[in-house]
Design a protein around this ligand. Structure first.
Ligand code: CO8
Length: 257
């Protein structure tokens, strides 16, 4: 991969993808979105990789949003295309990966940055992190899934307050809202993300993927989550992971997935 705006680091079964435009607070320009797509795709296709962590470089920002300079002159058609392409390459793409993604939010997560964190399967944050969807202050609305995923995570009233005021909330408030699962000191954040990843890695990867599929289906109006769960549950019985997991339990040993 030829990467200019992000870094890709593999440590055993964990890949850490770091958005690396600190001078622009890691804002997502089109090239960064394309690189992120390639990186997530590569990690997801690598069978050795069991968890992906996404974070931002520097101490200030996870991602301060889509790159405003790039869409400032767009018309209606270009705006719609920008949103669609973003969903396809990054936001829906990440949410539907078989490999679990942890967002380690290390600073500002604004606009497209919060939308990226919300597309991840799990979010943890550092205590300096700030969260917001300030798009209405620019005369647009969240276009990378924010109007849908924020209410799913924090409830409609809180989501609408954040979206309509465009204000930021602290890491503690995000924890209280359930927008992040945990808050840590900034210098501990990546270690904590690794620890969380290792807990996931101890479990059956095929079951992890099936669980993501079933949970996501419940939030998709075109699917019946309970039906998808039944099918995904059944499909687990045909896997080597199921044989290993159940044999290990019956033989009182640790499963090796
Ligand atoms: N886009 C482009 N550049 C940015 C962005 C951004 N989102 N955020 C920060 N930067 C740049 C600044 O322009 C500045 O660059 P330069 O040094 O060349 O002037 C540099 O990063 C540092 O930023 P600041 O000097 O502003 O740093 P401060 O510490 O003073 O302020 C803030 C930090 C509060 C985070 C401030 O930078 C800010 O408000 N940024 C914009 C936040 C924002 O509005 N984000 C939402 C963007 S819109 C969006 O994400 C839409 C997503 C959906 C689109 C779907 C497609 C249609």
């Amino acid at each position: 991969m030829d990467l200019k705006y992000i870094t890709y680091q593999q440590n055993g079964q964990i890949v850490t993808i770091t958005i690396n435009r600190p001078k622009k607070l890691n804002a997502l320009n089109a090239a960064t979105i394309t690189e992120l797509h390639e990186a997530f795709k590569t990690a997801n296709m690598d069978l050795e990789v069991r968890v992906i962590i996404v974070t931002g470089s520097g101490e200030k920002a996870f991602v301060a949003g889509a790159d405003i300079k790039e869409f400032v002159r767009f018309n209606q058609i270009e705006g719609t295309q920008l949103a669609s392409r973003g969903h396809e390459l990054l936001f829906d793409y990440v949410e539907n990966l078989e490999t679990p993604v942890i967002a380690a939010v290390n600073g500002f997560a604004l606009g497209g940055g919060l939308e990226l964190a919300m597309a991840a399967h799990i979010r943890i944050a550092s205590d300096n992190a700030r969260f917001g969807l300030p798009e209405v202050s620019l005369g647009v609305i969240p276009g990378y899934g924010g109007t849908q995923r924020l209410p799913q995570l924090v409830g409609k009233g809180r989501a609408l307050e954040m979206i309509l005021t465009g204000g930021m909330i602290t890491a503690d408030k995000a924890l209280n809202y359930g927008l992040v699962n945990d808050v840590f000191a900034q210098d501990e954040l990546l270690d904590k993300a690794d620890s969380l990843a290792l807990k996931i890695i101890a479990n059956a990867p095929s079951a992890i993927s099936a669980a993501i599929t079933a949970v996501n289906a419940g939030f998709d109006v075109n699917q019946n989550g309970f039906e998808v769960e039944k099918q995904a549950f059944g499909s687990c019985f045909g896997t080597a992971d199921f044989k290993e997991g159940t044999n290990a339990f019956l033989n009182k040993r640790k499963a090796e997935f």
